[in-house]
Design a protein around this ligand. Structure first.
Ligand code: ADP
Ligand code: MG
Length: 383
C-alpha cells in the first residue's frame, strides 16, 4: 500500500487537498469554519511547495466581495515525491513559530500573518502576498538589492534578540531538526548511498559521474573532500553543535526559496517548518552560503551581515563605530563554518540548486567552503 493510501486509511478525517479540487477545498474550509456567510472557494492555484501543498485560494461572496488566502497542508511525506517520508509533526512547529513571532513586531512584519490553523487536517491559513515570487530566481542570475539584503539581515537580528534565552518546548521540532541534520552533515559527506528515503527533500547525493556531468572536476573534488580529514573533523564538530539546544529561535531553512520578493520591492519570509531552537549563526551562515552560491556581489553579502549583526544606529541616525558591542551574541567563525558546510552540501549533495554558473565556479566555491568549514574564515565576513 502506498504511503498516502495507508495514511488515508488511518486518518479518514484528514482530507488530503489538491489545487485541482476547489470543491473539496471549499467543503474543508467550510467545515473548519474559515468561510464567511455566503462565501465560497472559487479557484485554487498551486504555488509550488516542494514538501507541502501550498495553494492560493480565491474566495468570493454572493454580494460580490472577494479575497484570497494561502492554504498550506503539511502531510508526513514530500509533495514532490510521496514515497519520501517527512516528520509528521512539522505542521505543529510551523504553527508554533508563527504564534511565537506574532509577539515580535519586527519579525512578524516580514512574515505572512497566520490567520488560522487546523490541527486535525494539518492546515495553515496564511496571508497571501499576491504578486510576490520567491527568490530562487537568484540562482539563475537575478540580483538582490542591498536594501533587500539588509531587510533579510534585520529579520534575523530581530528574531535573535527577541527570542534569546527564552526557549519554548513547543518549538523543539526534534524530527525536523534531525532531518535537517541528516541532509546537512551526513548524507552529502558519506559515500553516495542507494535510495533516498529518510533523506528528506534532498534525497541521495549524486554519484561521481553525475557530478562530473554538472561540472567537470566536481566528482573528483567531492571524493577528495569526503576523505579530507580536517574537513571531516570540522563537520563532525559542527554537527554535534547543531544538535545542541541553542540559544535562540532559528528559522531553519533561511534561503532564497523561502524569501519572497513583493511587487513593491519589499521582501517577506515564509516556511518556518524547520524552525526551532538553535544557534543564530546557523540562519546567518545559511543565507551567506546561498548569496555566494547565487553569485551575489560582496557588498550585498556584507550589507546582509551588517544588518544581521546589528550595527546600531545612534539617536542622530549615525552608525556607532563600535560594531563589536552590537554584534555580541554572533560568532563570525561559527557563521563561516555553517556557511561552509551548507555550500558544500549544495554543491555535492542531493539538494542541488539550478545555478547558472560557468565551468569551474563550483569547484572554486567548494574550495572556499572547505576553508570556511575548517578554519572559520570567509572573506565576506572579514572586517
Ligand atoms: N503567504 C504566501 N504568499 C504568497 N506566496 C507564498 C506564500 N507562502 C508560500 N508562497 C509560495 O509558495 C512556495 C512554497 O511555500 P512554502 O511554505 O515554502 O512550502 P514548502 O514547505 O513546500 O517549501 C513559496 O516558495 C512561495 O513561492
Ligand atoms: Mg519552502
Amino acid at each position: 500500500m502506498s504511503r498516502r493510501a495507508e495514511f488515508e486509511a488511518e486518518h479518514p478525517e484528514v482530507h488530503i487537498l489538491s489545487a485541482d479540487q476547489a470543491g473539496r477545498v471549499d467543503l474543508v474550509m467550510g467545515a473548519a469554519g474559515w468561510l464567511g456567510e455566503e462565501e465560497q472557494v472559487t479557484t485554487c492555484a498551486l504555488l509550488g511547495g516542494e514538501s507541502s501543498t501550498v495553494m492560493r485560494v480565491e474566495l468570493q461572496e454572493l454580494r460580490g466581495g472577494w479575497r484570497t488566502a494561502v492554504l498550506k497542508q503539511s502531510l508526513p511525506w514530500l509533495r514532490r515525491d510521496e514515497s519520501v517520508a517527512l516528520p509528521a509533526d512539522r505542521w505543529r512547529a510551523e504553527r508554533a513559530f508563527y504564534a511565537r513571532v506574532a509577539r515580535l513586531p519586527e519579525v512578524a512584519a516580514r512574515m505572512p500573518r497566520l490567520m488560522s490553523a487546523n490541527q486535525a487536517r494539518s492546515l495553515l491559513l496564511l496571508e497571501d502576498f499576491r504578486g510576490a515570487s520567491n527568490l530562487a530566481s537568484l540562482y539563475r542570475g537575478a540580483s538582490l538589492t542591498e536594501e533587500v539584503a539588509q531587510a533579510l539581515g534585520g529579520f534575523l537580528r530581530a528574531l535573535r534578540l527577541g527570542t534569546r534565552g527564552d526557549p519554548d518546548p513547543e518549538l523543539e521540532n526534534a524530527g525536523m531538526k534531525a532531518l535537517n541534520h541528516r541532509m546537512l552533515f551526513e548524507a552529502p559527506f558519506t559515500s553516495p548511498v542507494a535510495g533516498g528515503d529518510g533523506l528528506g527533500p534532498d534525497g541521495a547525493p549524486p554519484d561521481a559521474a553525475a557530478l562530473e556531468a554538472v561540472e567537470p572536476g566536481l566528482g573528483e573534488a567531492a571524493a577528495a573532500l569526503r576523505s579530507d580529514r580536517p574537513f571531516r573533523e570540522s563537520v563532525a564538530g559542527l554537527s554535534g553543535r547543531f544538535l545542541g539546544d541553542g540559544t535562540c529561535l532559528t528559522h531553519g531553512a533561511f534561503h532564497p526559496g523561502n524569501w519572497l520578493q513583493l511587487a513593491d520591492g519589499g521582501v517577506r519570509i515564509v516556511d518556518p517548518q524547520f524552525g526551532g531552537w538553535g544557534d543564530p549563526e546557523f540562519d546567518v551562515g545559511t543565507a551567506l552560503a546561498h548569496l555566494l552560491l547565487a553569485r551575489q556581489p560582496d557588498q550585498v553579502a556584507k550589507a546582509f551581515f551588517a544588518a544581521a549583526a546589528g550595527v546600531e544606529e545612534e539617536d542622530d541616525g549615525e552608525e556607532t563605530a563600535d560594531a563589536d558591542d552590537a554584534e555580541a551574541g554572533l560568532d563570525r567563525e561559527l557563521i563561516a563554518r555553517y556557511a561552509g558546510v551548507e555550500i558544500a552540501r549544495r554543491l555535492i549533495g542531493g539538494g542541488q540548486l539550478p545555478l547558472k554558473a560557468e565551468a569551474g565556479f563550483r569547484c572554486g566555491l567548494l574550495e572556499t567552503a572547505r576553508t570556511a568549514a575548517v578554519s572559520g574564515r570567509l572573506e565576506v565576513l572579514e572586517t
